[in-house]
Design a protein around this ligand. Structure first.
Ligand SMILES: NC(=O)c1ccc[n+]([C@@H]2O[C@H](COP(=O)([O-])OP(=O)(O)OC[C@H]3O[C@@H](n4cnc5c(N)ncnc54)[C@H](OP(=O)(O)O)[C@@H]3O)[C@@H](O)[C@H]2O)c1
Length: 256
């Protein structure tokens, strides 16, 4: 079975590769960091193919799809994603647009392409990596990022329902704060943060278990899951105020 993973060079992507490799999958890994891609090749040898591609560029995605058009992809994981933190007026339009190109446009192009192929074969699966941010009404100090994840949630939920009788497995993965190099996060977690920050390995293991058992929505971490339910009862203005406090703290840490 072949799994194509974008964001393969990142914290969650690398952890996913490990889990899928251990479960006998072959991996097509997409990222840009050549050093990490080469290390992945050394580690997983003939069970991995590495593709250094900038998926913020539509042209590179189209060329990549042409290159692998004869390959059977049994599972697509749209994992690549970037975040920008700061006041809206201080994040350049170019940065906002790049975020949209990666978090939305690339995910849309790949999902549509492989979903249609999978429908023809009547087999396959797609995991879209969003975030618990996608459930929030908005994300002060990360306005653009939260908006991209709301898109991913909405698109994926819609597709899950459309697809009910079409036999393609579709799952939305919504991690909460995870210890990776993602903007505003750190790989090392200390002290009290261990209670609410998940490791990429926890996210990847939960993702695999949930996908195999046929779940449609996967939220790794007990606290993230609890907050997902509690959030439904919090008025939107209070939600926004709470998020602002959290993001302000994160933003200050990035400035240190
Ligand atoms: N960490 C968190 O707290 C958290 C929480 C919720 C959701 N998520 C989501 O989880 C996903 C993975 O994030 P992560 O935490 O693993 O972050 P990460 O370590 O920063 O990894 C991001 C990945 O996206 C890839 N990427 C970025 N720009 C790209 C481009 N132009 N072309 C191709 N690939 C590109 C990176 O590849 P290169 O570096 O090689 O370009 C890397 O593999 C993202 O969608 C993120 O939104 C993360």
């Amino acid at each position: 079975m072949n799994v194509l993973i974008t964001g393969a060079t990142g914290g969650i992507g690398q952890a996913l590769i490990e889990v899928f490799y251990k479960n006998s999958w072959n991996i097509l890994a997409v990222g840009r960091n050549n050093k990490i891609l080469e290390d992945l090749k050394l580690k997983y040898k003939d069970r991995i193919e590495i593709y250094s591609r900038d998926i913020s560029k539509e042209k590179e995605i189209i060329e990549f799809l042409e290159e692998i058009k004869d390959r059977e992809i049994n599972l697509l994981i749209n994992g690549a994603g970037i975040g920008e933190i700061g006041e809206f007026e201080n994040i350049s339009l170019i940065e906002e647009q790049k975020m949209i190109n990666i978090n939305i446009q690339a995910l849309l192009i790949l999902t549509k392409y492989f979903y249609k192929k999978m429908l023809k074969r009547k087999e396959g699966g797609i995991i879209n990596i969003s975030s618990t941010a996608g459930f929030q009404v908005g994300g002060p100090l990360m306005c653009g990022y939260y908006a991209t994840k709301a898109y991913v949630n909405s698109l994926t939920f819609g597709l899950i329902e459309e697809n009910q009788e079409k036999n393609i497995k579709i799952m939305l993965l919504c991690p909460g704060p995870t210890a990776t190099n993602f903007k505003g996060m750190k790989r090392e977690i200390e002290g009290v943060k261990k209670f609410y920050i998940t490791t990429p390995e926890e996210v990847a293991n939960q993702c695999y278990r949930d996908y195999i058992s046929g779940k449609k929505l996967s939220i790794p971490g007990k606290i993230n899951k609890a907050l997902y339910y509690i959030n439904k009862f919090i008025p939107w203005k209070i939600q926004l105020r709470n998020i602002k406090k959290i993001q302000e703290k994160k933003y200050k840490e990035t400035l240190k």
